[in-house]
Every structure is written in C-alpha cells, then in structure tokens.
Design a protein around this ligand. Sequence first.
Ligand SMILES: NC(=O)c1ccc[n+]([C@@H]2O[C@H](COP(=O)([O-])OP(=O)(O)OC[C@H]3O[C@@H](n4cnc5c(N)ncnc54)[C@H](OP(=O)(O)O)[C@@H]3O)[C@@H](O)[C@H]2O)c1
Length: 505
Amino acid sequence: MIVNPLRDPRDRRLPRVPDPCALVVFGITGDLARKKLLPAVYDLANRGLLPTNFALLGFARRDWGDTDFAELARDAARKAARTPWREEVWERLAGSVRFVQGSFDDDNAFDELAGALADLESSHGIGGNAAFYLSIPPSMFPVVLKQMERTGMAESTRDRWRRVVVEKPFGHDLTSSRELNELVDSVFSAEDVFRIDHYLGKETVQNLMALRFANTLFEPIWNGHHVDSVQITMAEDVGIGGRAGFYEKTGAARDVLQNHLLQLLALTAMEEPVEFSAEEIRTEKLKVLRAVSLPDDLRAAAIRGQYEQGWLAGQRADGYRQEEGVDPASKTETYAAVRLGVETRRWAGVPFYLRTGKRLPRRVTEIALVFKRAPHLPFADTDTEELGNNQLVVRVQPDEGVTLKFGSKVPGSVMEVRDVSMDFLYGEQFTEASPEAYERLLLDVLLGDATLFPRNAEVEASWAVIDPLEEFWASTTPYPYRAGEWGPRAADEMLAAEGRRWRRP
Ligand SMILES: NC(=O)c1ccc[n+]([C@@H]2O[C@H](COP(=O)([O-])OP(=O)(O)OC[C@H]3O[C@@H](n4cnc5c(N)ncnc54)[C@H](OP(=O)(O)O)[C@@H]3O)[C@@H](O)[C@H]2O)c1
C-alpha cells in the first residue's frame, strides 16, 4: 500500500478538543440561545469536548450582572440538555461565564466586550481565540459586524483565531445575500465564516455520505438509469408558534426550501468528493446547486399553499390567517412544493420533487429515491397491484434510519407480489445517542472544521433557484389546505399529471 504523506497521522477516532478559546454569543437572551446554544455548550462540557481554558460571554441589552446571566444559562442548559445533568460540570463552566450588557449601536458596550475578551486572555488563558455567534435578528448583522471591525475584534492573527457564526436566513434574496456575504467577507476572512444550516449537523444527513461513498451497493444505481425520481420532504405538524413577525416576511420557501431542502438535494445529487474535507465537499455541492434547473412552466410545477383551520392529532388547529400577529388577508405560504431538475449526466431527466409545510399530519424529514419499475414483469397471472416502485428512504428525523422498500412474494400457494420494507434504525444499531445538531456544529466551529457549513457561493446559488419562484408566486394566492392534510390538492395533481404520487411518510 502506498501511504499518502499528506495524510494526518493522528488517530481520527480520538475525540478532538478545540484550542483554548472564548465563545461570544450576541443575543444570548433570545430563543435560539436558550433552547439550543446554551444546552449544547453544557453537553459539550459534559462530554469533555471543551478545552480546559474556555470562557462563555453573553451580550444583550438586559440589565444583568454575571450572576443573573449564569442563572439563566444554568436554567436553560438544565432544561434542554441532552446528556445527564452533573452539577460539577456546570460549576466548572459557571466560573468562566461573563455577561456584557449593551445595545448593538453602543460603542462603549463593544469596547467593554473587547476589554472583557482581553481580560479573559490573561485570567482564563484563552489565548486570544474567539468565536462570535450572531444569534440575533438578521437586520442587526451589519451593525454588529461593523462594531467588531471597529474594535479590531474580528482580526485573526498568526497567534489567535477569530471566527464568526452566521445564522440563517442568509439574506432574503440573491441581491441581499450577496450584500450580506460581501459585508461578512469584508470583516472576516472567508475561512473564518461559518454559516449554520443546522440540518447539516444531523447525524443522518452525514450518514447520507457514508451510505453513498462507503458502500458499493448503492452508488451503481444512484443515477438516472435506475432512479425514476427523488422526493425530499420536510414536514412539520406544528404551526408558526408565535413567530408571526418573522414568518409573515419569510414563508416556507425562504425558511426551508432555500436552505435545508436545497442542501439535502445537493448532498443527494453530488459526485464523490476527492476526499472528505470541507473544500472538496463544498465544491461538489456547489456544482449541483449550479446545475439545478427550474421547470419551464412554473404554474404546473411550483405549488404553494396556506393552512386553514383543521384537525391535527384530535385537536382543532387554527388556520394560518387566524394565528396571532398574522394579516387576516396574508398571502404568505406555509407550504411549498416544486419540481426541480439537476442538469448533469448523472441526473438529466430525473425530477427532484421538494416539499415542505407546516401543520401537515406529522413531523418528518426524509429523502426518498424512487426507482424505475422493472421493465418487464413475468407474472402473467399474478396479483401485482400492491407492487410499487422500489424505494430507498433516508429518514433524517424522527426515527433516524434507512428503509429499503421492494416487492416480495406473499406467503401462500399463489404467486402474489407485494411491497415490503427492510429497516435500519440508528437507535437499534448503535448504543451511543447522536449528538444534537447544534452540539456538533458548535464543536466544529471551535475546531475550525467547516465541512458541514455551506459557503457563500452555495448560498447564492440557492437563492438563484428561489428568486424566480418567489417572483412567480408574488402574483399568485397560495392554495388552501386544511391543517392535518398533506398540503393542497394542487400539489398532488402536480405529481399525478406526471404519473407519480407523493409518498405518505
Ligand atoms: N429561534 C429559533 O429556533 C431559530 C432557528 C433557526 C434560526 N434562528 C435564527 O437565529 C437568530 C436568533 O433568533 P432568536 O429566535 O433567538 O431571536 P430572538 O429570540 O428575537 O433573540 C434576539 C436576541 O438579540 C438581542 N437583541 C436584539 N436587538 C438587540 C440590540 N439592538 N442590541 C443588543 N441585543 C439585541 C435580544 O436580547 P435583548 O432583547 O435582551 O436585548 C435577544 O437576545 C435569528 O437570526 C434567527 O433567524 C432562530
């Protein structure tokens, strides 16, 4: 065997622990920080994955001291931590927690933050390294970035790294995402920018790459010769949960299609990367996103919907327009489905159906490869009505796993063929529970591993797909569907017109 001298000789199975560093969270009192970020920090500490020299700094407007903040952080972590609660772990962490109060337009507050970071360098030995998490309203990104630039906080040097984490949405359309990218890239260097699409932190999404590139079984049939169509679904049973202000301006396509679904499409359709590295994986994903095509007739292949009052799990659910804070004449979509093409040799002619929606019958995210039917069935006198297309389904959540659906003989004296399923369930095969997506991604930020973070060109290529859809939809009214149904009838008709139907996961 020839050994590649460029390969890192370290044992990859050993957990990697980041350099001494600080994590600065702007918007620490917000929903995301409380529900996801603080619990993730605790879980990482509990798993021994944070460096000994670590500090957590929170920034928000509330008139708090370090003790108030430590209390909030403890409550939030305790409530949503994935791993068992150990008081001694929290006690250790609490000794390195700081709060800086101020508004984003307040120069003094940022000077104070820069000072606090400098103090921590000597008092906690963080070595000047810091990651800044923008867990704040997107409209605030420019002012915070400018402040970081002004105070010199954003500067990486030979002796220290400085990184920034940007939450979605990355802009509102192609133009605004370009502006945002330009701004971020003018303050931080490209390799120090981490754009979070938390779907990529999910274990099953990463398993998609293992499934494809670590096996010989699937790759030979992973193409338009064998695949009839691909369905990518992200369904939620919940409504907008008090986030009307955000959702009214956003809608399902900008909220989910532009990021999560197109990233899943890219991972499903991409070619094998030269190696499993950030650069190579992002390069392959980008090629797919640039190859995505929209149907010529959007009326027939781009459907959006809005839920009306209905029933879900035996409970009455309000319609979208009745939700608090929603315009009673709102045209914002809560459901979007579209047929896309991927113009490559591997996928030419294969439709990729993407759909997402709120108040659908159940919460499920999955990628389904629907295979072509056998060209000939030699069962002249056999009942094959129950025989569908073979399917390979990667379930991202819940019940993470993979299902293979194929035809099998029904036991008995007659020849009857019917679909059966073969299931792999993560929870059954592995004893180790999967880390939460934010846990994995926060650790990657601190390690400087950008593999699971889309780069700016990917974000822009995705907006280039969404912009024409939004433009077309701007002059239409979403089709209604009842809460608890699988979206509007028009979405079913879209597939039926092409001789297909949506999976009912
Ligand atoms: N929540 C989620 O589940 C979720 C999911 C995906 C992405 N995101 C993204 O994550 C980001 C944060 O979302 P969120 O839901 O946590 O928002 P949020 O609950 O509204 O929190 C916003 C935070 O920013 C602070 N803030 C706002 N204006 C400020 C100002 N002028 N000066 C200083 N602090 C200010 C607020 O603190 P004070 O009011 O105390 O000052 C609060 O801590 C957004 O970009 C969102 O799109 C959120």
